[in-house]
Design a binder for this molecule. Sequence first.
Ligand SMILES: C[S@@+](CC[C@H](N)C(=O)[O-])C[C@H]1O[C@@H](n2cnc3c(N)ncnc32)[C@H](O)[C@@H]1O
Length: 623
Amino acid sequence: MAAAGWHIQDGADAKGRRVIADRAYRAGDVVLEDDAAAWCLISEQLGAWCDCCLAPAAQPLRCSACKLAWYASREHQRRAWQAGAHRLECAALRSCVPHTPPTAVRLALRRYGEVLGLRHHWGDLQDAAKLECAQMGAAAHHLLQAAAPEAAEAVGPRELALLIARFGCNSHTISDDELQPLAVGIFPLGAMANHDCRPNTLHAFRGGRMVFRAVRAIQPGEEVTTSYTELAAPRWERRAVLLQHHLFDIDAPPGDGGAVAEAAAAEAAGLGAGSAAEAAPGAAAAGATGPSSTAAGATRSAEQQTAVQAALQCMPQQQPAAVVPLEVGRGVEVRLYACQQPPWPHDERDGDLAEVVLVGAGSKSGASWGGMWGSMQQAGSTSGGAAAGVGTESFGVEEELEGHLEVAGAGSLGSSSLSSTALAAGPASGAQQGAAVIHCWSGGLAEQRAAAEQLARRYAAALQLQQSLEGMLCDGRAEAAVGQLTQALQGLAGGTAGARLALGPRHVLRMRLLADLHRAALAAGLWEAALAAARQLLPLYKQAYQPIWPQLGLLWASAAKLEHLLERPAQALAAARAAAAILGATHGDGGAVVREMQRVVFEAQQELGREEAWGAAGAAEED
Ligand SMILES: C[S@@+](CC[C@H](N)C(=O)[O-])C[C@H]1O[C@@H](n2cnc3c(N)ncnc32)[C@H](O)[C@@H]1O
């Protein structure tokens, strides 16, 4: 058998274990592959994909017992049953009809032995996340008791809560080639790849298999990295997402590994892999949350915790010079900082992504004025645990976990005491969307204050529009969405009257609204509008993403299909070639979109050939 081409190295720093390349790779090479230890369709996709092979199910057959699992064929149904993936789950699901348990709980009913070696990072979770894990662990245990009492004896709600915390940090969303989320999977080897904001691989999926391909050259000895977050975002947004969902800080001082090593040792000695594995030999249970839930990291000092809290709220540690309440019908707060640079650690590129410019009559067009960054605050995010006085400081990890289990109603878990909220609600059910907070920084605040407020109002309205977009598209109001997005973009670009402030042309909100406009126009069947948005987005994506990255490839693919549809073969050919080159490297030549692009290339070439022949025939006739 060929050598793997990589090995796992155990580091003493904050990252812990990592994958190191043993040989050179070129862009497009497969670096690492891993089959899921377990995977589970997300609730929205139940019934659309086969629960055995994750292929689209045209005429799926439903499990007549639980009515939640669907299969492409009888053979696949038999296979899933024989492999044990559905046997126990089926009995458990039947016991909670008419509820559909959250994905994490359903996954907690599948095999999980291989997962116990992964970190759970319980000590770093916020109270709300601990409570959520405890609730889900309790729900999973309840279902397990109903389905297989002997398995439930061997693994308690405590182990299942820790297991769900492990999944929070280590699971992956399985998506199709167009990045549509289908399922959540746990890949013990794939989970060894650490995050980098300039990663050298991209992971994609073939059914339940995870495939890492190089997106640029990798040298022997180099760490193999991937991205855990959206890369077309300013540094402070990436930092907040990674802190919240993966509990590590990209701005932590280098070599800050002591606390991590301590926490890892504590896990191994007490609540970690070893003890849980012993407690649950062969238990047919497993769990996973989507990758957007919490975990990771290590026990942090109080000072580090404060920085974490600040970043989580998208707040700089520095106090604003002024906080301006705006009357726009709902809470919008503008925080003004008297500085020339964003008051967070930032990348050079962030200047573009947050730029505000002064435009219009009498003003020096394009003069850079400052920056603007908005966030939708999460209201009601205080956890039930904190409200009930389950503070993190006063508990050791064990007591703390018990405390959260009690809050979740699991302390007294009898078979009838399961809280129905844990079954009915998905993750983060307690949080509601709240006010928009807009942070502005500039040296020239005083003179532009009124204009800044006006722009902030438009900014807040655009954030609200983004939030309602999904609902509008589902309700068949795509055309109205196109109108509103177009208007919002015009407003943020400065509108038409007098001197005013505008978001810079590469501002991240303008980029995201353009992407929304592209999607809404496609949904409305407005091909020219969709193509125009794609053409405007392409240079922005080229700047925001690495040259080989799926979002860029998919945008080229969308442009190619639209050009083809609108009968512009030369443009379709160029766009399809660009898409195929990128997506061939990220997803392999067998990918669905790449094959579609090959078809567009073929048809566009045929069309161009015909046009050339007609042209030649016409010229000959004229002669
Ligand atoms: C999926 S695991 C990766 C494997 C992990 N290094 C281990 O030893 O198990 C994710 C966790 O690894 C750590 N991690 C990943 N990328 C990191 C980075 N760039 N900097 C610091 N820690 C990182 C964080 O603790 C994170 O929660």
